[in-house]
Design a binder for this molecule. Structure first.
Ligand SMILES: NC(=O)C1=CN([C@@H]2O[C@H](COP(=O)(O)OP(=O)(O)OC[C@H]3O[C@@H](n4cnc5c(N)ncnc54)[C@H](OP(=O)(O)O)[C@@H]3O)[C@@H](O)[C@H]2O)[C@@H](O)CC1
Ligand SMILES: Nc1ncnc2c1ncn2[C@@H]1O[C@H](COP(=O)(O)OP(=O)(O)O)[C@@H](O)[C@H]1O
Length: 294
């Protein structure tokens, strides 16, 4: 089976997507991201995704995390709003409107356990009526018959779904969808996108971004990004772009490019050895400038 992989988008094409705020913008019109993240085992993932979302332009970033993770999230940034994830109500997404856009990211720092996280993931897949990004441990929970069914229902309802697996998570999803063994790279991204009715960003040294219509490559990153937590930062960036009303595939393409450029700017300042995930949000301004050319 042969197919074409589109080359990385040009800076001009990416720059046209950048979400500059309108002069009369307010925090809600700039997009509200609900981030359901940060189990007791991994509060740091919620902090990384949330601070990345703020820097990527979301007007209001609200974290729903485990009660034990609240202090860590609140300490990560004073402008974050944090609540216990028992208060997360996925159905409130139905109140989103063009002048009050929003999105949800679920799974950064989930441990993949079923008792608490399982219902959070399944109810969100079922009831969140806006763009939804599934990452981290929530991908392990999505890799199930119920997850496949709920993803198919979202696709039928025209509700955007973005999946951001690394190689290990992609193999779990492929097994659940009973895809041919041994698929990798662009072919794996494309088949996962078809099986789940989603936009898939299959992460790696070259990231492949696929939907039902095709696949594109994004290879402007650096091995400086090969550190724990950089994927959580990426999820926060793409979630913020979704929350600002950018389409699912464009959000994935622009988010991956901004993440890669932030990695390169961080490497320039700190060396490929020393960059850590928490550096990346502070290099997003350099990434925006690199892509915007100003
Ligand atoms: N500071 C924090 O709070 C942090 C929290 N985090 C959170 O932790 C949660 C668990 O996420 P996780 O990625 O650590 O573990 P998991 O899902 O078990 O997958 C790992 C296994 O997959 C395989 N594998 C194959 N290819 C691979 C690839 N390209 N990249 C990586 N793995 C690859 C590989 O298997 P192997 O090759 O060893 O057989 C490996 O053993 C998640 O919710 C995340 O958000 C982290 O983000 C870190 C910072
Ligand atoms: N060698 C590399 N070159 C370019 N990008 C990389 C490289 N290694 C990892 N990355 C990027 O870093 C991120 C790692 O994400 P992930 O594996 O989910 O990390 P974590 O789960 O620890 O947050 C992805 O965006 C991936 O594309």
């Amino acid at each position: 089976m042969t197919f074409t992989v589109a080359p990385p988008r040009t800076d001009a094409a990416l720059a046209a997507l950048l979400p500059w705020p309108a002069p009369d913008a307010h925090k809600y019109s700039r997009g509200r991201l609900a981030l359901v993240a940060g189990s007791p085992a991994y509060p740091g993932a919620a902090c990384l995704a949330a601070t990345a979302s703020q820097r990527a332009g979301a007007g209001y970033t609200e974290v729903f995390c485990a009660g034990k993770s609240l202090l860590a999230v609140r300490a990560a940034s004073p402008s974050l709003v944090a609540q216990d994830w028992r208060h997360w109500q996925p159905s409130r997404g139905a109140a989103l409107s063009p002048d009050r856009p929003g999105a949800c990211v679920i799974g950064c720092g989930f441990a993949g356990e079923g008792k608490t996280e399982g219902p959070l993931v399944m109810e969100t897949l079922h009831a969140f009526a806006g763009p939804l990004l599934v990452d981290g441990g929530a991908l392990t929970l999505l890799a199930s018959a119920t997850g496949l069914r709920l993803a198919a229902e979202r696709a039928c309802a025209g509700l955007p779904l973005v999946l951001t697996p690394h190689g290990g998570e992609a193999v779990r999803l492929a097994r659940a969808a009973q895809l041919e063994e041994g698929l990798t790279g662009a072919a794996l991204a494309r088949e996962l996108a078809r099986a789940f009715g989603a936009v898939v960003a299959l992460k790696g040294p070259c990231t492949y971004i696929a939907d039902g219509a095709g696949v594109e490559a994004m290879d402007r990153g650096t091995a400086a990004l090969a550190k724990a937590g950089t994927g959580d930062v990426l999820a926060g960036i793409i979630g913020a772009l979704l929350a600002q009303g950018i389409g699912a595939r464009d959000s994935a393409a622009l988010g991956c490019a901004l993440h890669a450029e932030a990695g390169r700017a961080a490497e320039e300042a700190r060396t490929a050895i020393c960059v850590v995930a928490e550096d990346l949000p502070s290099y997003l301004p350099a990434a925006v400038r690199a892509i915007a050319g100003r």
